[in-house]
Design a protein around this ligand. Structure first.
Ligand SMILES: [Zn+2]
Length: 166
C-alpha cells in the first residue's frame, strides 16, 4: 500500500509528491512506517484550523492563516508514524518517533516541520514555499484564476512554482 493512499494525490504537486513518496518508501523499507493523513487544504479549512484556540474552543493547532501554509498550494503533506504491524494506522504522538523524518526528508530536498521554531513534527513540505515572498507569488497565481476548479487553480499555481525555480 502506498504511504500516500489516504490523501487525494491529484491535488499534490507531482514533483513534490514523488519526492515525499520516495522518502517514505525508503523509511518503510527500514521498518519505519509513515502514512500521509493530510495533503491539500483549502483556504477556508486553513482559517478554521487557525481559529482553533483563538476564536473557537480547542488547542492552538497552527500559526498559519489562509495562504500562509504550503497546504493551500498542494506543496505540503502531513504524516503520522504508524507504530505497529496491525491493520489500520496506529499513530504515535511521541516527537521522538518522528525524528527519522529529519534525514529522509533532507535527502530528497524536502523541508521537515519538526525543525521549526514552532515544531510541527508531522509536516513535510516543498523547500521553495518558505518565505512570504514565495508564498505571495503562489497566492496571486491562485487568486488570478478565480472561478476555476481547485484542480485548475492548482495547475496555475504549480506552473508559477516551476517558473520560480529557474
Ligand atoms: Zn502540515
Amino acid at each position: 500500500m502506498s504511504p500516500l493512499s489516504r490523501i487525494d494525490v491529484s491535488l499534490i504537486e507531482p514533483d513534490f509528491r514523488l519526492r515525499v513518496e520516495l522518502a517514505l518508501q525508503e523509511l518503510s523499507r527500514s521498518g519505519v512506517a509513515f502514512v500521509a493523513t493530510c495533503g491539500f487544504r483549502s483556504a477556508q479549512e486553513q482559517d478554521a484550523l487557525y481559529g482553533s484556540g483563538r476564536t473557537t474552543r480547542g488547542p492552538i493547532i497552527t500559526h498559519a492563516r489562509a495562504f500562509e501554509s504550503a497546504h493551500q498550494f498542494g506543496l505540503a503533506i502531513d504524516v503520522v508514524r504508524d507504530i505497529d504491524d496491525k491493520p489500520g494506522v496506529q499513530p504515535s504522538w511521541h516527537a521522538g518517533d518522528y525524528l527519522p523524518l529529519a534525514m529522509a526528508t533532507k535527502k530528497f530536498g524536502l523541508v521537515w516541520g519538526g525543525l521549526w521554531r514552532f515544531p510541527d513534527a508531522p509536516h513535510i513540505q516543498d523547500d521553495r514555499v518558505l518565505t512570504s515572498y514565495q508564498m505571495a507569488a503562489l497566492k496571486s497565481a491562485w487568486l488570478k484564476s478565480a472561478g476555476a476548479s481547485t484542480q485548475e487553480k492548482l495547475n496555475v499555481v504549480w506552473s508559477a512554482h516551476r517558473e520560480g525555480k529557474k
